[in-house]
Design a binder for this molecule. Sequence first.
Ligand code: ZN
Length: 167
Amino acid sequence: MPDGWSRSLDAEQLADRRSDIDFSIPLPALPRIAPLLARAEGGAQGKASFAREQSLAVVDLTVDAQLTLTCQRCMRPMPWPVASRARIALVGDVDAADAVAPEFETVIAPGGRITVGELVEEELLLALPVVALHARPESCGVLLADGPEEETQKPFAGLADLLKRGP
Ligand SMILES: [Zn+2]
């Protein structure tokens, strides 16, 4: 079931069956993640383990992913590895989400249906920085001699005009 992550599944049924779903998702296939990537590559691997806790359908989600974001200082690609583990309660609507104990994240499953891809996408969005910046200055292109093109100074740009005018 290579594309199992994209199938719409019944959350209650997954919980009652205590289903385990292993996934390996190409990041460009996730519509809310794809536009954030500096390069259309990378993947998210992990496991979604469903269970029932009291009356709730819950899922233990582990995600390992290697994203490539764009540094907002030098506009160059930067790696952003994600290794997350979350306990998520699947609820039908916003009102139900309010009643969930605080140790759970909540994801709304409209009509009780979810895809593993949506859960992973939600988790990755939570793991992204507000502003992506290279952590180490030496990794950041701004401090290198060949900075981004829009920042490049052209000290000799006016020289041709000067020479043309002559003495
Ligand atoms: Zn940078």
